[in-house]
Design a protein around this ligand. Structure first.
Ligand code: NAD
Length: 297
């Protein structure tokens, strides 16, 4: 199954990164977004990405310009899907939006095109009924800043054709990712199945008065050799995300969730300490204490 051109639907935070990563690795990329304003925003994001690829990967202007020239922009699904072999969907994480997108895509795409969703929180079975050909549907999930954190989690559902699964794994390699094959549906894939309980446990230790955040990070760093602990990771993710997760748990009656939501709101959200992005969270930036030499002493 040859893949020369791909379509990326939704050119926001993740979509634009998938576009650029694929173009840098030689693929023709059709970008689809809803209107001209969204396309203009995508072009701005791509220009920022160019600078990041230059700084982080040392790529030359020539290579980056060639990549940019492989990208074509569309506001019509029908035109965007013409002559592509793979569609990667990165539209907003709302089932209604995904539903309408896949319904139209299924109508306009030829039968042999692979559809891969980058959805973080849905599993394939929640979306596969929206597509005409579920055997060619699966998930291809990237991490933010894909050129640096280059894993791609490939998750099939029971009806995904084996050759579609294998070809998507190959494609992930072709664009410089380390593929993580996932053989059964699992909310959170591999990474978040590990990370979310880890971060929750760290938060519970704090809100139950067991230990303070820097001590917990220190414990993890000294005993595993990891370069950072759970609270440094929360700062990178941004405090809004764990706060929203805790609020959802609290709304469902979870007592620990209530404590975490209250703690994060009073100590961080209300004080605009949102992590790395705001300059302060569990640490202060740009020189957080956990990177100092005597932190582990
Ligand atoms: P985003 O809000 O930054 O971008 C969404 C894009 O979709 C925008 O360009 C928007 O114009 C476009 N869009 C809006 N409505 C649309 C429609 N009806 N049809 C097509 N496009 C439409 O979102 P994001 O953070 O890039 O997330 C996109 C997907 O990627 C989600 O499924 C999310 O779960 C997943 N994801 C996000 C991250 C992350 O860190 N942001 C990481 C992994 C996966």
């Amino acid at each position: 199954m040859e893949i020369n051109n791909i379509m990326v639907a939704g050119s926001g935070v993740l979509g634009s990164q998938i576009v650029f990563q694929s173009a840098v690795h030689g693929f023709g990329v059709h970008v689809y977004d809803i209107n001209e304003a969204a396309i203009e925003a995508a072009k701005e994001r791509l220009n920022v990405l160019k600078e990041r690829y230059k700084a982080d990967l040392g790529l030359t202007d020539e290579v980056l310009d060639e990549a940019y020239n492989r990208i074509v922009f569309f506001t019509s699904i029908e035109e965007a899907v013409d002559n592509v072999q793979l569609v990667i969907e990165a539209v907003p994480e709302l089932l209604d939006i995904k539903h309408d997108f896949y319904a139209e895509l299924s109508e306009k795409a030829s039968d042999d095109v692979i559809f891969a969703s980058n959805s973080s929180t849905f599993i394939p079975s929640q979306i596969k009924s929206f597509v005409k050909n579920p055997g060619r549907y699966l998930h291809l999930h990237f991490a933010n800043e894909i050129w640096k954190f280059n894993i791609a989690e490939i998750m099939k559902h029971e009806g995904t054709e084996e050759k579609v699964f294998d070809r998507t794994i190959e494609f992930a390699k072709e664009i410089g990712m380390i593929p993580i094959p996932i053989y059964k549906e699992q909310p959170g894939y591999v990474l978040n199945s590990l990370l979310v309980p880890f971060l929750n446990s760290a938060e519970y230790l704090v809100v139950n008065g067991i230990a303070d955040p820097h001590t917990i990070d220190k414990t993890w760093m000294i005993s595993t050799g990891a370069p950072s602990g759970p609270f440094a990771i929360l700062d990178i993710i941004g405090i809004n995300t764990p706060y929203n997760l805790a609020k959802t748990k609290a709304a469902a009656g979870d007592e620990q969730g209530k404590k975490v939501a209250k703690y994060l709101k009073e100590n961080f959200i209300d004080k605009n300490k949102l992590g790395v992005q705001s300059g302060e969270g569990f640490y202060t930036y740009p020189n957080p204490a956990y990177k100092e030499e005597d932190f582990l002493k």
